[in-house]
Design a protein around this ligand. Sequence first.
Ligand SMILES: *Cc1c(COP(=O)(O)O)cnc(C)c1O
Length: 377
Amino acid sequence: MDAVKRNILLNPGPSTTTDTVKYAQVTPDICPREKEFGGLMKGLREDLVRIVHGDLEKYTSVLFCGSGTINMDICLNSLLPAEKKILVINNGAYSTRGVEICEFYGLPHINLQFPVDQLPDLQIVEETLQKNPDIGLVYTTHNETGTGILNPIREIGALVHQYGATFVVDTTSTYAMRPIHIEEDNVDFLMASAQKGLMAFTGLSFIVGNKSIIEASKDYPKRSYYCNLYLQYEFFEKTGEMHFTPPVQTIYATLQALKEYWAEGEEAKWARHTRVFNAICKGLDELGFRQVIRPEWRSGLVASAIYPDDENWDFETVHDYCYDRGFTIYPGKISTTNTFRLCALGAIDESDITDFFKVFREALEKSGVVVPVKYAE
Ligand SMILES: *Cc1c(COP(=O)(O)O)cnc(C)c1O
């Protein structure tokens, strides 16, 4: 097996993968309707539930072919009973995408907005639930990848359940990184994609959730054919397979990634991501960069740094310098502040961040940015 050029991806996914995961895609051609392939799916689905410590009697996982947004679409359009509405607890770009999905399907919803650098006010969340007994589904994002703020899902979930609604959380940028316990965290449905925490490839997305709610959703209004949760679940239960063609090579890579996940272990993996994140914060601090999210609210996976006030600062120039040397940095996702992001996911470690900051500092110096960087106020 030849080594593939190793790039350090500091964007919020897809992430840097191991060569063993890359090469796991190279397999003999196979029709996914063969028993040999179908048989791989059962263990995969169970592993995806085990990662969030779900009881296999109570929780299941349903796989789809698509990028992560497909999960958001599916949960929102499939899990809303007739006559009910959705509450989106929104403090960032990904929950805003959830709101857009509600708008596209014409789903009745409340967009409960909070500033992007603030946690949702739980008192307002509770008042909203109290005043609107027709809320059937509450939706939020765990780690708002646009900023890196971590939302208190356990506390929100307790409120949601107190008011008898279903709780859906977009955990795409925490799953298989930050430990999650689906039941103790009061979550009914969560989601992710193979290219993020699992360190495999784009094309396989999955929803982990409560079986009895999926079964109840059989009678909910149907709003999509390809993206319906019950339909896909039922097909899996009957045949063990995806309804339509699965992303075969991505599934082989994900199976290898899962082997590597269990070998590394939940705690050790989270410790590694934390090491990487701390090294990112230290590097940014040393260069004088400010971050958008205060330290105690950070997810520990995404650092969102504010552009310095220096006429020589140019994100594209710095990006290109780093990119040519094997490091990818990423623009921010806040409409009101100019930011860039450095993320701690993927098969990378502290030494990669040390190497990155050497190149990043050079990029700043070569473009004439004063280091440590300055802010007008
Ligand atoms: C990456 C991500 C998604 C999915 O984005 P795609 O581009 O569709 O893969 C969804 N939610 C969050 C929080 C994410 O970080």
